[in-house]
Design a binder for this molecule. Structure first.
Ligand code: 26Q
Length: 780
């Protein structure tokens, strides 16, 4: 970058009195300048992507977070821009107030963002397609211990990192409604390469802004209706990541971006090749879970209705083009749409789904597949359209996101499909980008690493292995401990500023950050803290090392039980901090509005990474990888990618507890939580806190409901469906051992932490994406 040119363009966008510029003005000026300076590079890369076989990542969520620092880092101009700011008497860090683009709920959306980063860096022609939600994931505050939600107006002060592309606007047709889809493109800058990926996010707009005829008849509301109804489609991200609600607007969102993205892909292909006959030779489409699966009938619709193809030819092309990634084993999250709804909103798509379903049945019949199996896998069952079955039928490749998860897909969730097409199934263990999750969020640790092995790890994370040789070098470990201490101090300062809570950076930082879900068992963590509290009080736990338990989590606004768990955690926090016997030993902090930017601070400061889902429930987890990479030990179950983490870093360097999947298969049929409760005094005492007046749910009755879910079952779940009471003893013992290890030999504990970092190379999304590119997309 030419610094003089940068300065000229940047300052030219600022007010005369530079010091008076707000962070938002600085951000816009900086964003616009960088976009201008690199626009040619981006154009060249776009053209290059179109010229060869490429892949498109279709996802309803891209949780990109804050763009500015990451873009500077990937472009290799962070230090230069930092200096430029200083020369102007400005502080780049002031841009920390810039909002995240929180266009996703959690893991699935963040994975999509990491994948684009890796593909750009690897020089691969991969582009993302999604929705430009006006409002991202709600902003969370904690009031009186309860979650409150607020809208997230992330573009309020502008969005300098997007480029509106009016020339690629197109129309989307629903029964009785037509809307415009306007693309906004975000550049995805690769690191140490000229390659730039594109994230194309569609925004819904009315075909006609305002109806003057109606207005003149004095009906203002009626005149604006078309605009409001159109804009509704991309107005807000659904904040559920667990239950399939079957809402009409969500279906419209899914069709909106699927149709727009495919139309865009086909248009560009046709413009270049003049035919769609070779489409499958040039494009591979990855379906991020079932959310974009409506793309399958949509592709067929466009090929049949617009191009005059036969249904058979169109279906056979679809089967070559699409691939499907599954991210969940939870039955309640698998998407099903009511036939009547699809028929009402998208009648032609409904006809095509029926045709695909009939073709599936005919094909199974012809292949001698048993009737009951066909009945299990067919797409339309009763009055419901099963999106996962459509995805399996019409995809070349089907993948899970960690070894154990893929095995569970083969054995149970998708077992019928596996028996028919074993060759379609692959495992692709998730990964994270080390650019954001180490280089950007932990400059101190990055410097230490680079000092020892150079900076090749930035694009080849496996190089971290070379650091293993320092595991017994006390001066290196000391430096590592110092870095960790610095990051803990920084986090403590930030928590003080944001939450108004003091934390002690000399205490152990034990961190659980992820969406709030029963299966992720934040309640188990809270119980364990109360257990330790009671233990300290009654003298059964002695020499407890001061520990700060930090939680960050958003609950779906309608998920009552998850919200009750947030309140319960805060109540436990109140108890331990108001008791003089424990307030210097235990601290509980529930941070507000956990998001990507908060995560960057938390992962760098963690000593202990809580990954405690019931075995067999967490598909992979990616937070586990972020914490590991920053030198935290995992306190976790044998679930998701934890298993592979321990394989890489050694069981002796982590803290594994609880029943495994194979144990649960044996235990669960006989499991009786009430007996465990009755026979174990401590379990009884801890669980009873929900109803014995120890804590208050503000009179809502929500804690009693939690209590009942553990002992009586609730809705369609068995009592203690997630096995909290079964695992709690093993969990508390392991946790106490972990904290005591930290205390008794800080160097030995640092060695474990260090070795986790050294062995995190496998979990770079560069590795994951290289594998997708080679084995699924066939792109170079
Ligand atoms: C479904 C139907 C209706 C409305 C919403 C949804 C919905 C939305 C989001 C269902 C699921 C999600 C998100 C799922 C998710 O984030 N899964 C996580 O994916 C990660 C990346 O693969 C894994 O690491 C996590 O284990 C998995 O929980």
């Amino acid at each position: 970058m030419d610094k003089k040119v940068f300065m000229e363009k940047f300052t030219g966008r600022l007010p005369k009195d530079i010091k008076s510029a707000t962070p938002q003005q600085l951000h816009n000026a900086l964003g616009e300048t960088v976009m201008e300076l690199y626009s040619d590079r981006w154009s060249v890369a776009r053209e290059e992507h179109l010229s060869k076989r490429r892949a498109a990542y279709l996802s309803m969520e891209f949780l990109v977070g804050r763009a500015v620092f990451n873009n500077l880092l990937c472009l290799g101009i962070y230090d230069e821009v930092n200096d430029a700011f200083k020369e102007l008497g400005l502080d780049l860090a002031d841009l920390e107030v810039i909002e995240d683009a929180a266009l996703g709920n959690g893991g699935l959306g963040r994975l999509a963002a990491c994948f684009l980063d890796s593909a750009a860096t690897l020089g691969l022609p991969l582009d993302g397609y999604g929705i430009r939600y006006k409002y991202g994931l709600f902003k969370q505050s904690i009031v009186d211990g309860f979650q409150r939600e607020d809208i997230d107006d992330w573009t309020k002060y502008g969005d300098p990192w997007s480029r509106r592309c009016d020339e690629d606007t197109l129309l989307i047709e629903y029964s009785g409604q037509t809307v415009k889809a306007v693309p906004y493109d975000m550049p995805i800058f690769g690191c140490r390469t000229e390659n730039v990926g594109t994230l194309r996010l569609w925004q819904a707009e009315p075909v006609k802004e305002f109806d003057f005829d109606t207005f003149n008849k004095q009906d203002y509301l009626e005149a604006s209706k078309e605009k409001i109804y159109a804009e509704d489609i991309s107005r807000v991200l659904y904040p559920n990541d667990d239950t399939n609600e079957g809402k009409k607007l969500r279906l419209k969102q899914q069709y909106f971006f699927s149709c727009a993205s495919l139309t865009d892909i086909l248009r560009k292909h046709k413009a270049r090749f003049g035919t769609l006959d070779n489409l499958a030779d040039y494009i591979s489409v990855q379906l991020n879970d079932t959310h974009p699966v409506i793309s399958i009938p949509e592709l067929i619709r466009q090929l049949v209705d617009n191009e005059g193809w036969t249904f058979e030819k169109a279906l056979s092309t679809a089967k070559k083009v699409f691939n499907y990634t599954n991210h969940t084993v939870m039955q309640e999250a698998l998407e099903k749409w009511w036939t009547g709804l699809v028929e009402e909103v998208l009648p032609r798509i409904y006809e095509i789904i029926i045709q695909i379903n009939e073709e599936l049945i005919a094909e199974m019949y012809a292949n001698g597949v048993q009737k009951d199996k066909t009945n299990r896998i067919k797409i339309i069952k009763g009055e419901l359209i099963h999106m996962a079955d459509m995805a399996c039928y019409a995809s070349s490749h089907i993948n899970g996101v960690a070894e154990i998860h893929t095995q569970i897909l083969r054995d149970s969730v998708l077992a019928d499909w596996y028996s028919l097409y074993p060759e379609r199934f692959r495992n692709e263990t998730n990964g994270i980008t080390q650019r954001r999750w180490l280089a950007l969020c932990n400059k101190e640790l990055s410097s230490l690493i680079t000092e020892k092995i150079g900076d090749g790890w930035l694009t080849d994370l496996s190089q971290l292995r070379e650091l293993s040789k320092y595991a017994d070098d006390s001066s290196v470990l000391d430096s590592f401990i110092k870095v960790k201490q610095t990051k803990k101090q920084q986090l403590a300062d930030y928590i003080k500023a944001r939450e108004g809570v003091e934390t002690d950076p000399n205490s152990v930082f034990d961190i659980q950050i992820k969406r709030l879900h029963e299966y992720k068992r934040q309640l188990l963590n809270a119980f364990s803290i109360l257990w330790i509290y009671y233990g300290i009080k009654d003298g059964s736990i002695t020499n407890f090392k001061p520990t700060t338990f930090i939680f960050g989590a958003k609950s779906a606004p309608g998920y009552k039980r998850a919200k009750a768990i947030i309140k319960y955690i805060n109540e436990i926090g109140r108890i331990v901090s108001t008791d003089p016997d424990t307030r210097d030993l235990i601290k509980v902090v529930f941070v507000q509005n956990y998001n990507v930017s908060y995560a960057e601070k938390l992962v760098a400061a963690a000593d202990v990474s809580e990954q405690i889902s019931t075995a067999g429930t967490e598909a992979s987890g990616t937070g586990n990888m972020k914490l590991m990479l920053n030198g935290a030990v995992t306190l976790g179950t044998y679930d998701g990618a934890n298993i592979e983490i321990v394989q890489e870093a050694g069981e002796e360097n982590n803290y594994i507890f609880g029943a495994r999947v194979e144990d649960l298969a044996r235990i669960v049929p006989e499991y009786d939580s009430r007996r465990v409760f009755a026979e174990d005094k401590m379990i009884k005492r801890v669980v009873s806190s929900l109803i014995d007046g120890t804590v208050s749910d503000g009179g809502s009755g929500d804690f009693r409901e939690l209590y009942m879910s553990l002992l009586d079952g609730a809705s369609w779940h068995a009592p203690d469906h997630y096995y909290l009471l079964g695992d709690i003893r093993s969990y508390v013992e392991t946790k106490l051992r972990c904290i005591s290890d930290y205390d008794s030999d800080r160097a030995a504990f640092a060695r474990k932490q260090w070795l986790n970092m050294c062995n995190a190379g496998k979990f770079s999304s560069d590795r994951t994406i290289a594998d997708y590119a080679e084995n699924i997309w066939n792109i170079k």
